[in-house]
Design a protein around this ligand. Structure first.
Ligand code: UT7
Length: 335
């Protein structure tokens, strides 16, 4: 049987129009721009308009990804939306996007792994493609996190924002591989997703959760987080999963051209970059302007660096994330 690899053939992203600065928040709650910036690196966030839903953000990002990939939406046979803030409890937000984007066949469903959702969605789509069940997949990370924040809780509400990002994956025979460019490491590895690695530890459920839901309180609930503990686990788990991804591919830290991390906190990102010996100019950082957009943050960062020309064909990218569950994961991608 021919070995198949998933190639990312297009990406896109969308941010709601309204920008809320730290200064604006400081007028409403007991916080300061200095505290938010020094603890998290965040300066502003985008907030969805009234009547603008997760499916709207997802559709906007998806349409741009489809256009960038130059494909007909009818070709898509798997659509995954990674989200923690679906439009409704059911059906999946993905089915709404399926209908609006003009995807006629295949399956659409949501994946729930909070801030690791995009890596989980990528892993699911990659495995569907590798086993031959899917030819063209659209993986979207989309969130309206502002809707589940307790705007009275200064320890969480200053950290998150709304947005969406998407990628189109296509199955490709490994025999069709070209020589990569990249940093000249000499590895003869073709383009596409080299591997995905996902983990969870449900014992740590209580460190980051929403205190509501259809089965428990019949309300949507609000985000609750033990920030200091989540921070500690993030630094350790991300270091471990990054090494796992490199080992699985026989690659070294120095082979990575770009770190495209989940954007929760600049200090967590700096710590991962330091462990990888990566200079700041090789790290895609969007947390300053996007804040933490949960499942949307990696595809938003990726799209930013692809469209501004930083990420080039053949570059080796490391994507990584950690979030509620706890869940965490990483993926190595040859662009
Ligand atoms: O994406 C999903 C994963 N999530 C994360 O990765 C988030 C991980 N955690 C973090 O990023 C950090 O822990 C935070 C940014 C949430 C907090 O930073 P910290 O350095 O861990 O601060 P802290 O929680 O230890 O709080 C320090 C102080 C506290 O005051 P006391 O108890 O020392 O007097 C807080 O009450 O800062 C206070 N504080 C604030 N002050 C002004 C907490 N929130 C605020 C605020 N403005 N917004």
């Amino acid at each position: 049987m021919k070995n198949i690899r998933s190639e990312i053939v297009g990406c896109g992203s969308y941010l709601p129009e309204r920008i809320v600065s730290n200064e604006e928040l400081a007028k409403r709650i007991d916080t300061t721009d200095e505290w938010i910036t020094s603890r998290s690196g965040i300066r502003q966030r985008h907030i969805a308009a009234e009547g603008e839903f997760t499916s709207d953000l997802a559709l906007n990002a998806a349409q741009k990804a489809v256009q960038h990939a130059d494909i007909d939406p009818a070709e898509i046979d798997l659509l995954i939306v990674a989200t923690t803030t679906p439009d409704n409890t059911f059906p999946a937000t993905a089915t709404k996007v399926q209908s609006r984007i003009g995807m006629a066949n295949g399956a659409a469903f949501d994946v729930q792994a909070v801030c690791s959702g995009f890596i989980y969605g990528l892993a699911v789509a990659d495995n569907f493609i590798k086993c031959g069940q899917t030819k063209t997949a659209l993986v979207i990370g989309a969130e309206t996190f502002s809707r589940i924040l307790d705007w009275e809780d200064r320890t969480t509400c200053v950290l998150f924002g709304d947005g969406a990002g998407a990628v189109v994956l296509k199955g490709r025979g490994e025999d069709d591989d070209e020589q990569p460019g990249g940093n000249g490491s000499g590895h003869n590895i073709g383009r596409g997703i080299l591997s995905t690695h996902i983990h969870s530890d449900g014992n740590l459920y209580g460190l980051l959760y929403v205190d509501g839901g259809p089965s428990t309180t019949q309300t949507v609930g609000h985000v609750r987080m033990n920030g200091r503990e989540v921070f500690r686990h993030a630094v350790n788990n991300l270091a471990a999963v990054v090494d796992e991804a490199l080992d699985a591919n026989g690659l070294a830290r120095s082979d990575i051209d770009w770190l495209v991390p989940h954007q929760a906190n600049k200090r967590i990102i700096d710590s991962t970059a330091k462990k990888l010996d990566m200079p700041a100019e090789r790290v895609v950082l969007t947390v300053e302007t996007h804040a933490n957009t949960s499942a949307a943050s990696i595809p938003l960062a990726l799209d930013t660096a692809v469209k501004d020309g930083r990420v080039k064909r053949g570059d080796l990218l490391l994507l990584e994330a950690m979030g509620g569950g706890l869940t965490w994961g990483a993926s190595l991608v040859r662009w």
